[in-house]
Design a protein around this ligand. Structure first.
Ligand SMILES: Nc1nc2c(c(=O)[nH]1)N[C@H]1C(S)=C(S)[C@@H](COP(=O)(O)O)O[C@H]1N2
Ligand SMILES: [Mo]
Length: 316
């Protein structure tokens, strides 16, 4: 059954190899079904990474200064975005012609101000900054990305959530015509994620509109995505169309699909293994040797206080 294949495919540790090695293996597999020459030509004709529109007035910040950046190529060609396929190289190809404009975002729920807003109106009050963050996928690969965006807290405050708003729920676009991966039931679409209000208001929580100084490539979640650097990558939901303030903990796609494997909190934690593999180490895209994974992905000093008194094995 599809579901089974998907669950296994989400986090194959053997898949956690250098992105290029993986791409090579895929092309070898592909070739086996055709004549070698065709496979070779396919590789040569593969589209080069397309540069997006440069973002103006982006303020540099000290976040991540000194980190070695993962290459643009690896950041934009090795993706998880199941709306555009489940193989790492699918999103770059299948999202190529996706149009992230016009785009509307609904702000709903327990807040004084709610409504449907055109994305450009929603973004206008915010000035953009660049932040270099480490990013750790639950599959044990990681990268370092220069995101462009603004604090999620700044957006939340504009809508004045009420005292009943204890969580923030996020939803990705659901449009199987434009997102071919949604024609298969690999997840219970639309993709949903959520944060506790104090996590959402934490200064590290970022709404990103770009990377490497350019508008977000479609495969990285254009036109608007979340980046929560101390949590496993699946919390960082892409292509957001809805933000809702709720009193109850929202349902999230991955905890719905496999509750024992992907919890609501999903804080990076080398001390708690995934049921099917270790989380002690990770492989940086572009590097060969694994490196130790840090608690909260190295952001413990900033965020550990959010979880004081919580049993992080139970709330994984
Ligand atoms: N809507 C949506 N958001 C998503 C995903 C997805 O499949 N759909 N994948 C998640 C996972 S598992 C990871 S690791 C990151 C990958 O982000 P990247 O492709 O920009 O590296 O996006 C996250 N956000
Ligand atoms: Mo992930």
């Amino acid at each position: 059954m599809l579901i089974k294949i998907r669950r296994r495919s989400h986090c194959r540790e053997w898949e956690v190899t250098d992105a290029r090695v993986f791409a090579q293996r895929r092309s070898i597999i592909r070739q086996s079904g055709r004549i070698a020459l065709l496979g070779l030509a396919g590789g040569l004709l593969a589209p080069a990474a397309v540069a997006g529109r440069r973002l103006a007035n982006v303020r540099k910040t000290a976040y991540g200064r000194g980190e070695q950046l993962t290459s643009y190529e690896n950041v934009t060609r090795y993706n998880n975005f199941y709306e555009f396929g489940t193989d790492k190289e699918d999103p770059a190809r299948l999202a190529r012609h996706f149009q992230p404009r016009p785009w509307q975002v609904e702000i709903a729920g327990e807040a004084e101000k709610t409504g449907v807003f055109d994305l450009d109106d929603l973004l206008r009050p915010h000035s953009l900054e660049e932040r270099i963050y480490r990013f750790r996928c639950v599959e044990a690969w990681s990268m370092v990305v220069p995101w462009v965006g603004f604090p999620l807290a700044d957006l939340i405050k504009r809508f004045r959530p009420t005292s009943r708003a204890r969580y923030v729920a996020f939803t990705t676009l659901h449009d199987p015509e434009r997102m071919p991966g949604q024609r298969r039931a690999v997840l219970d679409w639309p993709y949903r994620e959520g944060l506790r209000m104090d996590e959402a208001l934490h200064p590290l929580s970022l709404l990103a509109v770009g990377l490497y100084g350019e508008e977000l490539p479609n495969q990285n979640g254009a036109p608007l995505r979340l980046v929560v650097p101390w949590k496993y990558g699946f919390k960082s939901i892409k292509s957001i169309v809805r933000i809702e303030f709720t009193s109850r903990q929202p349902v999230t796609s991955w905890s719905l699909a496999a509750p024992h494997e992907y919890g609501f909190y999903a804080n990076v934690n080398p001390a708690v293994d995934h049921p099917r593999w270790s989380q002690k180490k990770e492989r940086r895209l572009g590097a060969f040797f694994k490196i130790p994974t840090q608690p909260f992905n190295g952001y413990a000093e900033e965020v550990a206080g959010l979880y004081a008194g919580m049993d992080l094995r139970r709330y994984f």
